[in-house]
Ligand binder design. Structure first.
Ligand SMILES: [Zn+2]
Length: 455
């Protein structure tokens, strides 16, 4: 039968051709005219995992874009590992900035260029190929395995918040490995140990029934933009702290070890400032820029609108003003509770002459931190160390991956990130590419990882 390594080597040309096929499907989840393509990508994935030897392959409806499920559960006494990834992609415009068309994959210098090459089709095909190599070379897997691939990650997985709690038996597992991630560099691996969460509200301030003449009413009727900016200005102290009562109550403080690990990850402040073209950094006092991004919550005004913004002068007293606000949250804050705190705090502001209303926005993700001894992450760290020859960085994400929070909340399973994307691969941008070296390296890394998890 040979080893999985032989199998991988013998089948690289076919695997590469399959990657190109997969990349040709324009499975853009954000655009409704591509809904059939997202479905087609689901069918492609279902057929591919069937060919790999997985069982109970299903395309499941979610009310939005579908998910693909498959399993292989013949390793009694071994852990059940679920591998996650997504087969939808970001829109590809502006098309004229692509060197080759986004859905006509092209290889240049051992890199494949296409929308979704790195995020996440190239990365999610990797574990499927690894599983095929293990099954075809050994006739069995070292662990019980489930695949859970979704078609709506790039639009924030809107239906999975309902789908996952309704399918906890089907998806039950001991740990999740996510193919939707990357490494620090070609030489430096990372272990993802934390994610920020998020939530948001919209503030609507209303004064008169319509815009008024500022000469006839200015001074007598409250200006809702003034009222709104007063509210917004009160949400932060001068030192950057959020002033909403209770906002920080559930925040897990940084330990000395946390701070040391964060400080080990290189951060070139001068280069970062220059590349962003900002005169300086600003954030909560008492924390380094990276601690502020990775380990502290924030409250951000994303947009504010109202009144006249056209050419010239219009002496108007606006009738309304609005703002959208989102927060990034850290463990152990609860987004539902933070929304309540925000609504409560903002609604209490007494500003004469206007009515203020606050409503939640459709953005809610739980933050989390992976425990130090979580078995998935422990093994991932070992294997990455072996492959790269250096200790991985312990990295947190300033962003949110809502699905990982859902796995943790509803399945009790932490997600270990095990992907091979690199930061320069233009994900979500023109000329997205994936290194074919990563495509190959990932396959043997997944075989080794699954074997190790089976011990
Ligand atoms: Zn992704």
């Amino acid at each position: 039968m040979g080893t999985w390594n032989d199998y991988l080597e013998q089948n690289q040309p076919r695997f590469f051709a399959e990657l190109l096929d997969f990349l040709r499907i324009p499975s853009i989840s954000a655009l409704s005219e591509h809904a059939a393509d997202v479905q087609r990508a689901a069918e492609w994935v279902a057929a591919r995992v069937t060919a790999a030897g997985m069982e109970h392959v299903q395309i499941l409806a979610t009310g939005g874009h579908p998910v693909v499920y498959a399993d292989w559960l013949h390793a009694p006494g071994k852990p059940t590992v679920m591998i996650y990834g997504h087969f939808d992609v970001q829109p590809a415009d502006p098309y004229d900035l692509w060197t080759s068309p986004p859905f006509a994959p092209e290889v240049r210098e051992d890199r494949v260029y296409a929308r979704g090459a790195s995020d996440d089709k190239g990365n999610m095909l990797v574990p499927i190929l690894a599983v095929e190599a293990l099954l075809k070379s050994q006739g069995a897997l070292p662990v019980n395995l489930k695949f859970f691939f979704e078609g709506q990650e790039e639009i924030g997985s809107p239906q999975l918040g309902d789908f996952i709690p309704k399918h906890t038996d089907l998806l039950a597992c001991d740990m999740v490995l996510s193919s939707d991630g990357g490494q620090w560099s070609e030489e430096q691996p990372l272990v993802l140990v934390g994610l920020r969460g998020g939530c948001g509200v919209q503030i609507d301030v209303k004064a008169a029934k319509a815009d008024l003449h500022s000469g006839m009413y200015g001074g007598m009727v409250q200006n809702p933009i003034h009222a709104l900016t007063t509210i917004i200005a009160g949400l932060h102290a001068a030192d950057g702290r959020v002033t909403v009562p209770g906002f920080y109550d559930q925040v897990r403080p940084l330990s000395a070890q946390d701070r040391e690990r964060i400080a080990q990850v290189p951060f070139d402040a001068a280069a970062e400032k220059a590349s962003l073209e900002v005169p300086g950094f600003f954030g909560e006092a008492g924390y380094t820029p990276r601690e502020r991004i990775w380990a502290r919550p924030t409250l951000e005004v994303n947009g504010i609108w109202g009144g006249f913004q056209g050419e010239g002068v219009k002496t108007v007293l606006p009738s309304e003003a609005h703002a959208k606000i989102t927060c990034r949250l850290v463990a152990d804050q609860n987004p539902t509770q933070i929304v309540e705190l925000l609504i409560d705090h903002i609604s209490r502001q007494v500003i004469p002459g206007v009515t203020v209303s606050v409503k939640p926005l459709a953005f809610r993700a739980y933050p989390y931190l992976v425990p130090e001894d979580e078995p998935g992450n422990v093994v991932v760290r070992e294997i990455l160390h072996e492959i790269y020859g250096v200790e991985p960085f312990y990295v947190r994400s300033g962003g949110s991956i809502p699905v990982c929070s859902l796995f943790q909340r509803h399945l009790g399973a932490y997600t270990a990130s095990f992907g091979f994307a690199l930061d320069d691969e233009n994900i979500h941008s023109p000329d997205e590419f994936f290194r074919l070296s990563s495509f190959r390296k990932g396959q043997s890394a997944y075989c080794t990882l699954l074997e190790r998890l089976g011990r």
